[in-house]
Design a protein around this ligand. Structure first.
Ligand code: CTP
Ligand code: MG
Length: 196
């Protein structure tokens, strides 16, 4: 009874328009070091594929030509770079209302994002989808799942102290929308072959 009253009270306070908007900004803020690596890999990637052209025992490529060392390394670098800038900006401008990012968290977001993308491609090849073919849900959420799995393993305390239920809702809503918009821009800019 008491617990449900406290819980109800929490949502009553949280669902003010200000809080909803603030949660959106907070969600985008913590996810930026995970979002950027994908776009950076698409722009900067290429060259030798991570699987070296090798095939899995099913005769299909392990990851495919869409996963390259350069994309992985420069993508992770871009995520760590933007996260470090965010840490500095928050400190220098005293934007302490924004969720706190730490360097380890930034590294985990960037690495987790592209590992999630890589694991997705492994399973995408296993079900017979070619490099670049669309795989709904998986293509959109791979890097968020990768980042959060790694965060929950390595930075559980940070997640519990920083990520609210409403931020999770925003991440679920905004991720496919941003993914779509960025990929259409990438397609128009000639960086991506397909608009997804
Ligand atoms: N990319 C890369 N290295 C990575 C990830 C991405 O070089 N580790 C580049 C590739 O040029 C890739 C592009 O970013 O084509 C877009 O990434 P993504 O959509 O994840 O790859 P797809 O080509 O769609 O391949 P898959 O079907 O395996 O997802
Ligand atoms: Mg793709």
């Amino acid at each position: 009874m008491l617990i449900s009253a406290v819980y109800y009270r929490y949502w009553e306070i949280s669902i003010s328009p200000d809080f909803v908007l603030f949660s959106l900004v907070s969600a985008l803020w913590i996810m930026l070091p995970a979002y950027l690596p994908n776009s950076a890999a698409a722009v900067l990637g290429g060259g030798r594929p991570i699987d070296g052209g090798r095939k899995y025992r099913d005769g299909k490529r392990i990851f495919g030509d869409g996963k390259t060392w350069r994309g992985l390394v420069l993508g992770i670098g871009a995520g760590i770079f933007i996260g470090s800038v965010q840490i500095g900006v928050r400190d220098v401008f005293g934007l302490l209302v924004l969720p706190e990012l730490t360097f380890p968290v930034v590294v985990i977001l960037a690495v987790g994002a592209l590992l999630g993308d890589l694991v997705k491609s492994f399973f995408k090849r296993r079900i017979g989808k070619e490099r670049g073919a669309e795989w709904l849900i998986a293509d959109q959420y791979d890097f968020v799942v990768g980042a959060f799995v790694l965060l929950l393993i390595l930075e559980y305390g940070w997640v519990m102290a920083t990520v609210t239920p409403l931020m999770v809702v925003w991440i679920i809503i905004m991720t496919p929308l941003l993914h779509r918009v960025v990929n259409i821009i990438g397609y128009l800019a000639g960086v991506k072959d397909v608009p997804w």
